[in-house]
Design a binder for this molecule. Sequence first.
Ligand code: GLY
Length: 438
Amino acid sequence: MRILLVGGGGREHAIGEALVKSGSEVYVVSKHKNPGLTGLARDYGLAKETDVGRVLELALKWGVDMAFIGPEAPLEKGIVNVLEENGIPTVGPSKEAARLETDKAFARAFMERHKIPGRKVFRVFNDPSEMRSWIDDFGKPVVVKPLGLTGGKGVKVVGYQLRDNEEAKAYAEELIRRDEKVLIEERTDGVEFTFQVFSDGERVIPMPLAQDYPHAYEDDRGPITGGMGSYSCSNGLLPFVTREDYERALETLKATVEAMRKEGTPYKGILYGQFMLSKEGPVIIEYNARFGDPEAMNVLPLLKTPLTEIAEGIADGNLKRAEFENKATVVKYLAPRGYPTNPLRGVKVEVDEGAVRDAGARLYYASMDENFTMLGSRALAVVGIAGTLEEAERIASAGINGVRGEVFYRADVGTKESVEKRIRIMRDFGKEFEPGLC
Ligand code: GLY
């Protein structure tokens, strides 16, 4: 099977690896040549992932049988609609279905319309004085969000990036002036987790849960990034997520897919639920319409079912199974110094792939070109996989010794201390649970 893969980050390196491992030939289009994908791909086209016309041209030239879309930006441009209209079955939601990620106001209104469990109080405003008086009446801390894709930036939360509701009102007014509309939501307290599922528009198959570390610096400090690393546990849960919480979150994702089908915009692809485990249970913070990055690197290396088979099932509406190994994983991203605010660019990283492998770790390349020159975003990820979280973390850390350069990473991703901190937050809520195996 010839598969077009769109995107050139760590997520796409992991997707490409799993497709090749399951017998496919991969043809990649991305705006830079990812050194890992260069080694895997039959051919490589340099183009912006959002240049749908150019991507289609390359797909037709290569005669691909199917396409797999990595990032969200081309989904917003309707890449799936265009490829499918041209006879190329594609893994990824249509432009309409991708609004779950690309249009936050749509997503919240959709959840309300269908009474999807785990929804929040929200309002969309285009009038500053209505916004101000609603926040005053609401009284509780809020979250201020731009409506569209912001690459993880732009969302500000009272108590974190905003001091109080006064600052929230000022920021919301700035967004209204810039974007015309703003989404205000109630703030939900708790611990975040990632729940990714495969869907063929009807059936939903879960993947192991993962936890992302979005802050740039250790101990969850510093600016929000695309994610500096993530971990997952051998039992598919997380140490602070009970089986009951898991079932409730899965119910939310199943109800979402069912409601999308009823609305005539079936959701085909990977649906990513970013949940907050609150005192009351799992609440949807955001949907994403694709694999998480880094979370794709937690789940894809554990797949026992060939990804090509899963992709075909999604694309032709006949998804049957997706089984995973019962192992823990730790992903640590290495980013150029200064990332995300003022990243170093154009500087080479030395990667001793043999040393990374000898440590038992895996390597996924991201924002660097085929000469290992950093391009400004997260550069490469090292992944440890083992029977326990402790061992997976040790392997990932040992693997990092094979990389030299002007990079930094979060040593605390997946460590006992950082996981215990998250367990403590849930305990402080009065939640009673036996920490699960990890
Ligand atoms: N790690 C967060 C995301 O993929 O959006």
